[in-house]
Design a protein around this ligand. Sequence first.
Ligand SMILES: [Zn+2]
Length: 449
Amino acid sequence: MQTTQQIADKAAALMPGLIGDLEKLVSIPSVAFPGYPPEPVMEMAEQALAKFRDVGFTNAQLMEVPTGYPPIYGEITGPEGSPVVMLYGHYDVQPAPPEQGWTTDPWTPTRQADGRIYGRGAADDKGGLAIHLGTLQIFEGKPPCTIRLMVEGMEETASNLEPFVDAHPDLFDCDLFIVCDMGNLRVGEPVLTTALRGDVACIATVRTLQHPLHSGLFGGAAPDAMMALARLLATLVDDEGTVAVPGVTTGEWDGAEFSPEDLRSSADLLEGSTIVGAGPVASRLWANPSINAIGVDMTSIAGSSNVLVPEARAKISMRIVPGAEPETELDALVRHLEANVPWGAEIEVERTKEAPGFKCQTDGPGYAAAREALEEAYGKPVAYAGSGGSIPLLRKLQEAAPRAEFILWGPEDVAAARIHASDESVDPSEIEKMIVAQALLIQLLAERE
Ligand SMILES: [Zn+2]
């Protein structure tokens, strides 16, 4: 077995090569969303496959899927009877349209004075792939555990991995599942992500009139649909911004705190904007629901005239507490919408999404080893954090590998990485430390077997 110092020295020596690999991968616009060209996504799949073959997954291949981009699967068999560890990541990225306000070209990886590398996917999740590549190189392709690799190509869009898991549950059987698609709250301060909120959504259509009406002749007596919808949306939260829908599950957070200052800097609130909700920020983000209107259909300003609008629609998204049942949470939201629409307006609610959250089991031996490895790699105590984002796939994996423990970590520090937004970036020091942590974890598991 290698000492922490040996592993850290190796990781440091690997970094220039890994940064080169990362920059090459970031320059490929592997956006798997519909309407984006498929060639770069396939090029990315091939490039990532080649890199993983180079580091020891000699049998890795692009798996056949009925639709969409292929996941990469590979396996390195460890010593007889050693634990099975699965490394997860994804090679597709979010789009990076100019209207997001990028200050550098998203597909030209750029190292800036702060030491970070900027570009779409630098953190999410090509940085995660760099960590996996580095981890394997620490063991020179011969890890002390059996290592399975799953790199999907459609994580950011309508993923095809759930049906793939259903079709090949045997491939996902493992003792420990490492999802390297998360991050610390701040660079250099290690956290394990223990809980993810779920996500439900619906579209509410409000109608008040049979057709548009002259607003001068009828305004003030006849109701318009947009104002009715606005009043309805306003009932979803109280004056502070806390969810005010009866029957929606709330919770409490007992892990790391995320300060109002952290929130301000990572969310880039406008100076005058207040932070909404009540209670500790971490509790609002990770242990309580939130409701947002994420789209509205009504007459556009360009097409508007002095008429009362007969129909307006809003798409409403609600993040739900980890562990809560999406169906019953959405039931509560729909009931509230139907009961609170003002002025006798007609309302129709279409349910569009029911994705569960996730809670890690934190009392198993794999989790203890991960904690120890992370603490050792960073030289600091580990805190628990939640994440507002959801990964519905995790529930599916839990079914396929019921004995597996789940470790959620990675290079995407919350304070500065700006994943999915403009100027996404990664701090190379996080990649380096996470390589050390993953290598130590794999060693610890092998030793304790
Ligand atoms: Zn991701």
